[in-house]
Unconditional design. Sequence first.
Lengths: 189, 389
Amino acid sequence: MVENIGLPAPLASPASCLGDPVAPYSAVNFMETLLRLLQQDATVSREDLARQLNLPVADVNARITALENDGVIRGYQAIVDRERFDQNTVTAFIEVRITPERGGGFDRIAQRIAKFDQVVSCYLISGGYDLLVVVQGTSLREVASFVSEKLSTIESVISTATLFRLKTYKENGALFTTDTPEDRLAVSP
Amino acid sequence: MNDKIAAHVRDIPRSGIRDFFEIVQSMHDVISLGIGEPDFVTPWHIREAALFSLEKGRTGYTSNLGLPKLREAIANYVARKFHVQYHAPSEVLVSVGVSEAIDIALRALLNPGDEVLYHEPCYVSYNPSVTLAHGKAVSVPVHEKDNFQLRADELAKRITPKSKILLLNFPTNPTGATMPREALEPIAELCVKHDLIVLSDEIYAELTYDGAEHASIATLPGMRDRTVFLHGLSKGWAMTGFRIGYACAPAPLIEAMMKIHQYAILCAPIMTQDAAIEALEHGDAAVAHMREKYELRRNYIVSALNDMGLPCPTPRGAFYVFADIRPTGLTSREFSLRLLEEQKVAVVPGTAFGKDGEGFVRCSYATSLEQIKIAMERMARFVTAAGRK
């Protein structure tokens, strides 16, 4: 079991594990580019992807299916600015310290925590605490009671620190504030 | 008053692109594929460097040649990317965009009547810049069948005892043409044989696609000491408004160019010079990201143009497709005006880039893919309708 310190080993890129030629400065590195395009906008049509990548649509479909089957693509979701929809959603980042188990390390307990519906993300972290747990609820009280009744009561949990989100500026690469206005010349040499 | 204007200035025709710009400007809801600058905002880390420069109160003049640290960064970048070595203190000059560098290079080199060869269709400023420097501009046509590359035999035919300069621009605005090393070799041989100086505008060098590596003519045998290597931050780094270009050349030439630059311009703005250092030293990833975006859009637009019956080989550089519109039977200007009126899509008639651009229109893909998609749908409708008439 790797100790919970330092940086994780870099993952092999999907392109190299799936046997694509890797050419610098070029979009011929299809898998890498395909993933990036989907991460930017998963709603892009297969036809548009095919045109951009200069590949047949069937080929694009096959590559995406392979990425899904290999578990590289775990799902597709919308990036939502909840504040524009309702004011009630509460998001908390909870720093959790736990006692690792002999033989299992942090995994079993982390997985146990991750299974709660209230938990939207859960990461093993280096530094002063072990797990960063992102929890969502409809009120402060709801999140607080989840922490005190569910999280803190787990035997190997030593301590928790709950940090409430006040405002989102950027999420998954999407800025939540609009940038520069469009003032380009209509035609230029 | 017109009779007071200097004859060589008065005789320069109005820019074709400017005419067209005014028509487009007067209309609403136009999707423009007519824009010759990146649609990206300058990468944040570079903008932040400019802010930091202002914050530190760096608001004065710099050395005429440019900040020593920037010239060092330029020499390092050019050596790293293009494999040409320049001595930063004496062989590098920072200009206000490549346009200024071309102007001062021409003025430093030309005696009245000296001839400057340049390939056409080309960027709109080359011909008038030569005229303004009292030289004679001699165009060498490039052809679609050669992928718009410059052919040595076409060039050789136009060399005279008065030929002094060859102006090159690869990757090319407006054709997207690139010149691999093998294609540059016979050109370089002619330059050596006829003792020509080369002004090589390599502003689109970073925007070379399909994994191809940009080759500079300065790397060919006998060429370094007869080449003015011209480059800048505008295109690859999306920094058009920063106005930073540079020239690398043998010291006597830089010294001569500096004489003009110091009296006409003094120096490029200090805060954008500071930002340029950041761009050159830490901008590779951002450039690669934008290049990938352009390449994907290029693939899209080329495929769409071919599908609508406008034959279009895949250009390998810059961010332009020079689409062959001859199948429609329209002239470049008719095509562009009618496409604008009927479908509200702006492209630039090929003739804006020289008479050899007839039969083509320049479509820029420095615009979001969403816009390109709509533009291509509208253009396909237009071409289908034009084909029925």
